[in-house]
Design a protein around this ligand. Sequence first.
Ligand code: HEM
Length: 147
Amino acid sequence: MRARGPLALVIAAMLLLSGCSSDDKDARRRRAAGPAPSVESYARVASAAAGARLFTRCSACHSVGQGAPDLGGPNLHGVIGAEIGQNRPRFAYTAALQKVGGRWTRARMDAWLANPQRFAPGTAMAFAGLADPLDRADVIAYLETQR
Ligand code: HEM
């Protein structure tokens, strides 16, 4: 009978902790990003670990490990900061993407991941995009660790 007290406390603590769902964490991160968050304020609260989980949506077409082959899309190792549509010399990028020009900054990657067809009309990336800016920031934070 007496042993039940501490055990009940442990169970209560576990229940409380499990209440801290990833939604709660995301809600806390959104609040920390501020009332009208920019790409940079999202970057300050971004999680590369969450980005790695989200990257499973990309990995059917993209590898990211150094030296890994291109798949249906180019390997994304070192893509942040690289020239748009130039990072993988052997990959057959479309002219639609290559003519955008410039380098992959966070702002450009955010616009691309929000809506690839709007960013580069005619691109071959058959992906609708990531609607949630926090998801985009997490994927960008993950890609920043892959270089
Ligand atoms: C959130 C998930 C994804 C991310 C983060 C992502 C990211 C990127 C980036 C950064 C590029 C340009 C790379 C460069 O300039 O070197 C690219 C190109 C491309 N991606 Fe994705 N991608 C995703 C999902 C997908 C999916 C699901 C597919 C296949 C259905 C795909 C197919 C392609 C193709 C074919 C290109 C070349 C586009 C062109 O040359 O017009 N991607 N992707």
